[in-house]
Design a protein around this ligand. Structure first.
Ligand code: ZN
Length: 161
C-alpha cells in the first residue's frame, strides 16, 4: 500500500481505495464539508486541509436518464446522478432495476464493481482477436470498459438484524 512508486494524488488514492473495495470521500477540515471528485483544494473554502473518510455509500437518486441505443450496440444505458448522504453528487448508474423503474428520490446504496483493469485486459485480448479479423470487438470492449463505472448503485435494502 505504501509503494513509493504509486501516485499519491487524491484521485489516485480514491481509485485505489475503490479497487480495494472501499468507498472513500474527502472532507474539508476547514469547513467540514465533503468533496467529490477528489482534489487538493476544497471547492467551498479553498482550504488544503482535507482528510479522507470512509463512506457507507448511501444516497438518493437526484436525476436519472436513459441513453437509448440499438440492441446490437449494447442496448439502453441508464445514467443517474446520486446525492450521497455526505452531501456530494456522483454520476453513475443504478443496477438491479429496469432502467424505466429508476425514479428520482429512490434510496440507493453504492456497489463497488471489479476493478476496470479486467475490462482493459479484455480490450487487449480483443485487440489480439482483431488481428484475426474481429476489429469491431476492440471498439466493443473499449466501450464496455468506459461505460461500466467502478462505482454503481443498487436499490437500498434495509438490513433486518
Ligand atoms: Zn472547505
Amino acid at each position: 500500500m505504501d509503494d513509493p512508486t504509486e501516485s499519491t494524488g487524491p484521485a489516485a488514492r480514491y481509485e485505489r481505495a475503490l479497487a480495494q473495495g472501499t468507498l472513500v470521500l474527502q472532507r474539508c477540515r476547514g469547513c467540514a464539508r465533503h468533496i467529490f471528485h477528489p482534489r487538493v483544494l476544497c471547492p467551498h473554502c479553498g482550504s488544503t486541509d482535507l482528510e479522507t473518510q470512509g463512506s457507507r455509500g448511501l444516497g438518493v437518486v437526484y436525476s436519472t436518464t436513459i441513453v437509448r441505443r440499438r440492441p446490437e450496440q449494447g442496448g439502453d444505458i441508464q445514467v443517474a446522478l446520486v446525492d450521497l448522504d455526505e452531501g456530494v453528487r456522483v454520476m453513475s448508474r443504478v443496477e438491479g432495476l429496469a432502467a424505466d423503474d429508476v425514479k428520482i428520490g429512490l434510496r440507493v446504496q453504492a456497489q463497488i464493481c471489479k476493478p476496470p483493469h479486467r475490462a482493459f485486459a479484455s480490450a487487449a485480448e480483443a485487440a489480439d482477436d482483431a488481428k484475426a479479423s474481429k476489429a469491431s470487438k476492440v471498439a466493443e470492449a473499449a466501450e464496455a470498459a468506459e461505460i461500466r463505472p467502478l462505482l454503481v448503485f443498487t436499490p437500498f435494502e434495509e438490513m433486518s438484524a
